[in-house]
Design a protein around this ligand. Structure first.
Ligand code: R5P
Length: 293
């Protein structure tokens, strides 16, 4: 197998190549003056299985998706036997159904586009809803980085901390963290207005007074969910509050707003590289790729 490190995940791809021992095929990448992307593989992929590592995070999710498709096309034209797309953050995965009349199903459109570019398989990480994977016309699966995030806190000395999901839908995430932290787990409740996007959080039956609490979520986008959760935890008298997510999009001043609530640290993965990316996905992705070779 060969690893192709896409421009959006160059460091992560190179780490995967180093950990697996699979050769890295460099990509020459540039953006034309009119904004269009150009890619060229700088090594042979003839008769090889290839894994393209390319996240599709904001603010360039559209461009990054196109770059992924261009690399896949180049790999197939270069004679690759099988093209796997390793897409840590999969853009458009949250629009996996028609929530309102007149909408499309964005992830299905993306899936068809990736198929047309020559991709044979997709591996992503903590996709928001696993039902989105069913929209792909080729094998697609998701891995979980939550145990790696929880291990970060164990190493920091917080074994036994309370794993909190900011809404009921994220409880499976909190349970995965709980298995590593060996403490308690629970969730808040969150209601979202489909038209305004406004959310309201409540904490029925939850009491974390005096406890160290880590809020685990798949994505932090605007930070609104974590800010609301952290305020509730502070009101209840939590001793320490941290937050961890797989995909730290951290749009605008999200990081500042979260830290202003008294959250002591924001920890995310290199799915979306930022100053909070303190946990690498490289070991998780490497194990997966080695297992399938
Ligand atoms: C939604 O259910 C997700 O799991 C996240 O909680 C959400 O995407 C976070 O968004 P924001 O940071 O804008 O509140």
């Amino acid at each position: 197998m060969k690893v192709i490190s896409g421009p959006a995940s160059k460091d992560l791809g190179e780490r995967v190549s180093a950990l697996t021992g699979f050769g890295n095929v460099p990509v020459s990448f540039k953006v034309f003056p009119d904004g269009e992307s150009y890619v060229r593989l700088e090594g042979s992929v003839q008769d090889q299985n290839v894994a393209i590592v390319q996240t599709t995070s904001p603010p360039q999710q559209d461009g990054r998706l196109i770059q992924l498709a261009l690399i896949a096309d180049a790999a197939k034209r270069g004679g690759a036997s099988k093209v796997s797309a390793i897409v840590p953050y999969l853009a458009y995965a949250r629009q996996d159904k028609m929530f309102l009349a007149g909408e499309g199903i964005s992830i299905e459109t993306v899936a068809r586009m990736l198929k047309a570019s020559g991709i044979d398989e997709l591996i992503t990480v903590n996709i928001h809803s696993e039902s989105a994977l069913q929209k792909f016309p080729f094998p697609a699966r998701t891995l979980s980085a939550i145990p790696l995030l929880a291990e970060y806190f164990v190493e920091k000395g917080f074994k036994g901390a309370f794993a909190l999901a900011p809404d009921k839908g994220a409880m499976h995430i909190a349970k995965q963290a709980q298995e590593v932290l060996a403490g308690n787990a629970g969730h808040l409740d969150k209601q979202r207005d489909r038209y305004t996007g406004q959310t309201k959080q409540t904490a029925e039956g939850l009491n974390v007074s005096g406890q160290s609490v880590i809020i685990f979520d798949d994505i932090i986008s605007t930070g609104g969910t974590i800010v609301g959760a952290a305020r509730i935890l502070r009101e209840q008298g939590a001793k320490h509050v941290f937050c961890a997510c797989v995909h730290g999009l951290l749009i605008g001043d999200a990081e500042k707003r979260i830290l202003d609530t008294g959250v002591e640290e924001i920890v995310s993965t290199d799915s979306v590289p930022s100053t909070s990316s303190k946990v690498s996905l490289a070991p998780l992705l490497s194990e997966e790729l080695k297992a399938q070779e």
